[in-house]
Design a protein around this ligand. Structure first.
Ligand code: NDP
Ligand code: AKG
Length: 449
């Protein structure tokens, strides 16, 4: 990094840390982007003059609210709700809602920040935002989930709109929750505004493939990374973390593309199945019955359940971390490399900590960052908005073809940008620069707003 760039970027980072104390995940996400965009601002002094970098790190709006609700025993609970409307230079704020006890301002802010660049990479007209709550949906009845969603939307609705802010799902929020949220939005506003939420069930305006899109897109991106190195997924041992929405469909598509998926996990442990993970069984247990992954081994003779350990100890050639942030530290990354891993595609948001990414870079393996690899979900959300706006419904086949084309396009954009900036094969730098430039140019064009 040149002296000039260092002088420009270090104070920005220090300012971000000072203004957002304790929000370590947000600091981490900003650090990674700043480390990449140093290469750009040397060539584009106009960004520095307009303080684009400082402005891009400051959310346009941050909303925090109380969510009160009653459980089945009549006890009142109070949770905290968040929505970070990060950047609307390219379109309405777009990004999911996460319900998980670990959620606080710093998590939502890191996710919103990542979303800005991810959404730009899709090439579709969507800005970036994210939201959620520290509500823990685990073990809650359907009625309790509905009560929570209704209370959450009763506050959030005033900030939403198909041209303003369009949430979707993320950890702990799937089509059941989106149904309750949409029902409450419709009731409060007296408007059937389909495009205000995406990831809806197909019965009321949802797009085919949105449920599968993040996982499918992850597998498509990995296929492209391998192809760029003259390899394919055929016969490769694949390990996936998580067993939720992203993990299930990443496994399904990886298997369809020839990979042999041998392990996946949840927050209690992992399953190993040398005959190939029965993805439909995982889905039945986790998504239909809302049970625990340990039940897999009780139902499938070739399945073994390993409690309390990390799935990354299972040797594989392809890893798709699809659970949560910072699940691969330097230690897990080194283990993966030692065991013969050649490609890592991040289905989750920021699952690899900086030391882990450094290990992958040094080992020269193909490493695709979440903001590129998992962009298929939000891209298909944008396709859902497009269908809602035109009162149309595309076929499953057509929508999946669009998704695959978008993922191929994102891969090309990251790959070509990394080459252009002198770091061939570095998808992280490629993704950060390509996403940043798109947003920065729009911000310049829109003036000082
Ligand atoms: N849904 C989407 O469209 C998109 C999601 N993502 C990202 O993908 C990741 C997974 O999301 P999604 O599949 O939707 O979420 P789900 O809630 O459907 O599944 C999450 C999975 O990860 C596991 N998990 C969650 N938190 C932890 C933790 N702290 N430690 C270990 N395991 C954990 C869960 O285990 P358990 O069942 O035990 O809780 C579960 O298996 C997140 O990073 C999300 O931001 C990115 C783009 C789009
Ligand atoms: O589909 C969407 O709008 C958002 C998906 C999301 O939250 C993400 O990409 O992390």
């Amino acid at each position: 990094m040149s002296e000039l760039v260092h002088e420009t970027l270090e104070p920005v980072y220090e300012q971000v840390v000072g203004r957002n104390p304790g929000e370590v995940e947000f600091h981490q996400a900003v650090r990674e982007v700043l480390d990449s965009v140093g290469r750009v601002i040397g060539k584009h002094p106009e960004y520095a003059r307009a303080k684009i970098i400082e402005r891009i790190c400051e959310p346009e709006r941050q909303i925090t609210f109380r969510v009160s609700w009653m459980d089945d025993r009549g006890e009142v609970h109070i949770n905290r709700g968040f929505r970070i409307e990060f950047n609307s230079a390219l379109g309405p704020y777009k990004g999911g809602l996460r319900f998980h006890p670990s959620v606080y301002q710093g998590i939502v802010k890191f996710l919103g920040f990542e979303q800005v660049f991810k959404n730009a990479l899709t090439g579709l007209p969507i800005g970036g935002g994210k939201g959620g709550s520290d509500f823990d949906p685990k073990g809650r009845s359907d009625r309790e989930i509905m009560a929570f969603c209704q209370s959450f939307m009763t506050e959030l609705y005033r900030h939403l709109g198909e041209y303003t802010d369009v949430p979707a799902g993320d950890t702990g929020v799937g089509s059941r929750e989106l149904g309750y949220l949409f029902g409450q939005y419709k009731r409060i506003t007296n408007r059937y505004e389909s495009g205000v939420l995406t990831g809806k069930a197909e019965a009321f305006g949802g797009s085919h493939i949105r449920t599968e899109a993040t996982g499918y897109g992850t597998a498509f991106f990995v296929k492209e990374m391998l192809a760029a190195r003259g390899r394919s997924l055929e016969g490769k041992r694949v390990v996936v973390s998580g067993s939720g929405n992203v993990a299930i469909y990443a496994m399904e598509k990886a298997r369809e593309l020839g990979g042999v998926v041998v392990a996946c996990s949840d927050s209690d442990g992992y399953i190993l199945d040398e005959d190939g993970v029965d993805v439909e069984l995982v889905q039945q247990i986790k998504e239909v019955e809302r049970g625990r992954l340990s039940e897999y081994a009780q139902r499938r003779p070739s399945g073994k359940y390993v409690p309390g350990r990390q799935v990354w100890e299972v040797p594989c050639e392809v890893a798709m971390p699809s659970a949560t942030q910072n699940e691969i530290t330097g230690k897990e990354a080194a283990l993966l490399v030692r065991n013969g891993c050649i490609a890592v595609g991040e289905g989750a948001n920021m699952p690899t900590a900086p030391e882990g990414a450094q290990v992958f870079r040094e080992a020269g393996i193909a490493f695709g960052p979440g903001k590129a690899v998992n962009a298929g979900g939000v891209a298909t959300s944008a396709l859902e908005m497009q269908q809602n706006a035109s009162r149309d419904s595309w076929s499953r086949k057509f929508t999946e073809r669009r998704l695959e084309q978008i993922m191929v396009g994102i891969h090309e954009r990251c790959y070509a940008t990394a080459e252009e900036y002198g770091v061939p094969g570095d998808y992280t730098t490629g993704a950060n620069i390509a996403g940043f430039k798109k947003v920065a140019d729009a911000m310049l064009a829109l003036g000082l707003v």
